[in-house]
Each structure stands twice: as structure tokens, then as C-alpha cells.
Design a binder for this molecule. Structure first.
Ligand SMILES: *[C@@H]1O[C@H](CO)[C@@H](O)[C@H](O)[C@H]1NC(C)=O
Ligand SMILES: *[C@@H]1O[C@H](CO)[C@@H](O)[C@H](O)[C@H]1NC(C)=O
Length: 332
């Protein structure tokens, strides 16, 4: 490697490297230049998992329709503890995919939510929302918020909605933030949000940050790709300083005055988005909110869906500690 050149990726296991390369190549071709998605091609690498009534490592799953006309539904994960009658905290989870790809039944997310449900333990509710470019901003936020309202009226068995956390990764982390901000101005009957957990959230702006430039060709998420996602998601004619992307930027009114819970934000050292994520954390603090920032130096974008990476397990531990601190559950 030439002196001064920036590494764009840590050492990764070969198998993981291969699956990333295949996924990246297929999604690159599927996201067309004219802004549409070749869904048929994409489905070749987006493996889906069905629900399991028979427990897998103690966890059972089931799907519930929220609104069939918009194809909003969620997959609920019930760990062993819930089956034996214990009431558990709830994590409402929003999957990533640049607002344009994947679903709540995509295998990596099914596996991640199953792992979270079992290890925390918690009832995880993973929300399926509409995708861009067919549905642009604010469809995804509407869907996410409507799923919360539905949950409030229809709590899953053994779900203690007074101990609710909103989480999501990448575009789902962006969604988690905006849904939480909306929830702060709404009175739920039962549901109480005790924490927000954005995992490598997808934020951006017109400016090019140092990490975006240096890690422009990082695995999973290149700058060309993030530009494509924003173009497909934001309203036609708007730029990346739109408040949905640049939440504390020049065109945003921020969240001052909004009731907002404590946040636990995960950042990866090899994620081109890390500068935007740090600014996000600063913005939360400036607005008077508590934030715990966890940065993994070797974290690539999407590390959490690979249980073979040590950071993936560390993240689950952090989430467990955060939930414990916020709820006192686990104290006997
Ligand atoms: C985009 O390109 C695809 C494939 O070439 C084509 O089928 C589709 O109609 C185009 N859509 C628009 C909106 O231009
Ligand atoms: C796909 O790869 C080509 C060549 O590197 C690049 O020009 C294009 O912007 C990529 N598309 C997306 C959506 O990242």
C-alpha cells in the first residue's frame, strides 16, 4: 500500500468478503441510472426468511398486518421468556437498505432480530415499510409512525409497551430518529419510548465530509450509492440538505422543544457516514438530549448483520446494558 493511502476496509474473513462483493455487484446493477430498481434482479441476492412457529433457539416469530393497502406489517420475535409468561420490553426495529431495498423478512434482518430478541431478551417488532423510489419521503416515516400507533392499540402478547425502544440501522436508523421525533409530539395510550438506538444511521448533506471522500469506495456503502439513495428518496428537486437527510443542517428546524429520549448511537471506523453520524450526536447534545456514542474502529457499514465479526456481539451487549439502565429490568 502506498504511504499515506487510507485503508477502506479492515481485514475481513474471506467468506464475508465474497458475500459482500456479490451483494454489492448485484445491487449496483439493480439500482438503475434512471433512478428505478430492478427488483427481479435484486431478489436473487435478497434471501427471505419465513416465520417460525417452532422455536429457533427459543424464539418464535409471527407476522401481523398493519395496513394491507400500503403493505405495512411487522414481524414479532418472542423469546423463550415471553412464552413462559414474562412481560418484556419492546424494540421496534427498522431495517436498512437505503430506503429502497430489503424488507423485514430479509434473511440478515430476520437473523439479527432473532439474535436481539434472544440475547436481550425483548419482544422485537421489525417493521416492513414502503420503499423508494416508488414511495418517497415521507412515506417511510408515515409507515413507521403508523406502525407505532397500531402497536399502541394492539400490543403483542407479553409486550410491555411502557418499556419501548426504537432502533434501526442505516436508513432504518434515520427512520428511527424521525419516527421518534414525531412520537415526541404525540400522546400514546400505553406506549412509552425509553430510548432511541440508531445503528450507523444514514444521514447526509450537500457537503462532502472527510470520511465520505476518504472511504468513497468502502465495502457495502460507496458515495455513489449514498447519492443514488438520496436521489431516490428525497422529494424531486430537493438536495441532500433536506431536513430528512441533514437533520441538524441549514434547512432543518432540528428537535429543540421535542420530547426526546436518551440515544445510543453506533458508529463504525470504516463507515463513510461516520462524520455525519458524529455531527448527528453533537446535534442531539446541543438540543439538550443525552447521547451515548459507541464507536468501533474496525466497524464496516453493516457489521451488525455478521455475527462472526466481534463488534456484532459487542453491540448486542451494549444494547442490553442501555436497556437495563433505562428500565432497571434485570434487577431482581
Ligand atoms: C428505467 O429503465 C428501465 C430499464 O431500462 C425501464 O424498464 C424503465 O421503464 C425506466 N424507467 C423510467 C422511469 O425511466
Ligand atoms: C455502479 O458502479 C458504477 C461503476 O463503478 C458507478 O459509476 C455507478 O455509480 C454505480 N451505481 C451505484 C448505484 O452505486
Amino acid at each position: 500500500m502506498a504511504g499515506g493511502e487510507v485503508r477502506t476496509s479492515p481485514e475481513l474473513p474471506l467468506k464475508l468478503r465474497l458475500s459482500l462483493a456479490i451483494f454489492s455487484a448485484v445491487s449496483n446493477v439493480s439500482l438503475r441510472r434512471n433512478g428505478t430498481v430492478n427488483r427481479r434482479l435484486m431478489s436473487l441476492v435478497d434471501f427471505k426468511s419465513s416465520t417460525n412457529k417452532k422455536p429457533i433457539k427459543g424464539v418464535t416469530t409471527s407476522d401481523t398486518t398493519v395496513d394491507s393497502s400500503r403493505n405495512i406489517w411487522f414481524r414479532a420475535y418472542r423469546p423463550r421468556e415471553a412464552s413462559s409468561g414474562e412481560n418484556l420490553p419492546v424494540i421496534v426495529y427498522f431495517h436498512g437498505g437505503g430506503f429502497a431495498l430489503l424488507g423485514a423478512n430479509s434473511k440478515p434482518y430476520n437473523d439479527l432480530c432473532l439474535r436481539l430478541s434472544r440475547k436481550l431478551p425483548a419482544i422485537v417488532v421489525s417493521v416492513n415499510y414502503r420503499l423508494s423510489p416508488d414511495h418517497r419521503y415521507p412515506s417511510q416515516y408515515d409507515d413507521g409512525f403508523d406502525a407505532l400507533k397500531f402497536l399502541d392499540d394492539n400490543p403483542p402478547a407479553n409486550a410491555d409497551l411502557t418499556r419501548c425502544f426504537i432502533a434501526g440501522d442505516s436508513a432504518g436508523g434515520n427512520l428511527a430518529h424521525h419516527v421518534t421525533a414525531r412520537a415526541g409530539e404525540f400522546e400514546f395510550r400505553n406506549l412509552k419510548i425509553l430510548g432511541l438506538i440508531p445503528i450507523q444511521p444514514f444521514f447526509g448533506g450537500e457537503e462532502r465530509t472527510e470520511s465520505e471522500t476518504q472511504l468513497a469506495r468502502a465495502p457495502v456503502l460507496s458515495m455513489k450509492l449514498t447519492d443514488w439513495y438520496w436521489r431516490a428518496f428525497l422529494p424531486e428537486g430537493s438536495d441532500r440538505d433536506h431536513a430528512a437527510a441533514n437533520v441538524f443542517g441549514p434547512k432543518s428546524s432540528g428537535i429543540s422543544g421535542v420530547k426526546f429520549p436518551k440515544s445510543l448511537v453506533f458508529i463504525g471506523g470504516f463507515d463513510p457516514l461516520k462524520e455525519w453520524q458524529k455531527r448527528y450526536c453533537e446535534g442531539l447534545k446541543r438540543s439538550g438530549n443525552e447521547v451515548k456514542v459507541v464507536e468501533y474502529g474496525n466497524g464496516i457499514h453493516g457489521f451488525y448483520v455478521f455475527p462472526e465479526l466481534p463488534e456484532s456481539g459487542l453491540m448486542v451487549e451494549e444494547v442490553r446494558e442501555f436497556m437495563k439502565e433505562r428500565t432497571g429490568f434485570g434487577d431482581q
